[in-house]
Design a protein around this ligand. Structure first.
Ligand SMILES: [Zn+2]
Length: 197
């Protein structure tokens, strides 16, 4: 069993923003990373309901716009993007269960300090991550690396998919493999794919 709680020690920040300003921020005590410039880039993206990935030096950033809020998280390169996505999905779920955010935004005149207690919720999500059962690890052979790679897959990605097997591209060490995953997390095929962009 993979210890995701331990992997999540590589997190650098979790940020929840409106288009105007940050309403909530969590950072581990050791983190000195600044991501303000990256957050400006994130806010300029108007697309909703799609996860976006950024690589910034030795930092990985994932963001998504859901209704009125933008959720962003960053880590060092030790965490796979699917794990960061799963974390954001859980953070957004618990945040919306905890706060009637639409009312806050509609009313407008609120202090962001009301969300400070949510830092404890983030710590709890990280601590309980293994038992939340939000991700699975699959083992996929790569014929370029000549090894079997552990790949983190979000459960919501597999379970919400309209058809199976679902394709997932794993970019690593300058190349990429495309793997097809069925409902039971079995790998049904692996291809080496070309990348451009
Ligand atoms: Zn490889």
């Amino acid at each position: 069993m993979v210890d995701y709680t331990k992997i999540l020690q590589n997190l650098e920040f979790v940020n929840i923003s409106t288009d105007e300003f940050t309403i909530f921020e969590w950072k581990p005590p050791r983190s000195l990373k600044s991501y303000i410039l990256d957050l400006n880039v994130v806010k300029q993206n108007p697309v909703s309901n799609i996860f976006f990935h950024l690589s910034r030096g030795n930092m990985k950033i994932v963001h998504i716009r859901l209704e009125n809020l933008i959720y962003t998280t960053g880590s060092n390169t030790e965490i796979q993007f699917q794990l960061l996505e799963a974390l954001i999905e859980q953070v957004s779920k618990v945040f919306n269960e905890t706060y009637d955010i639409d009312s806050y935004i509609k009313y407008g005149n609120f202090s962001t300090t009301v969300f400070n207690p949510f830092k404890e919720e983030i710590n709890k999500i990280i601590k309980d991550f293994n038992s939340l059962d939000l991700v699975n690890e699959i083992m996929v052979p790569c014929r370029v690396c000549n090894t079997v790679l552990p790949i983190t897959v979000k459960r919501s990605f597999i379970e919400n998919s309209e058809s199976h097997p679902v394709p997932l591209v794993y970019i690593h060490k300058g190349h990429a493999i495309l793997c097809f995953i069925d409902k039971n997390y079995a790998v049904r095929g692996v291809e080496l794919v070309n990348i451009t962009g």
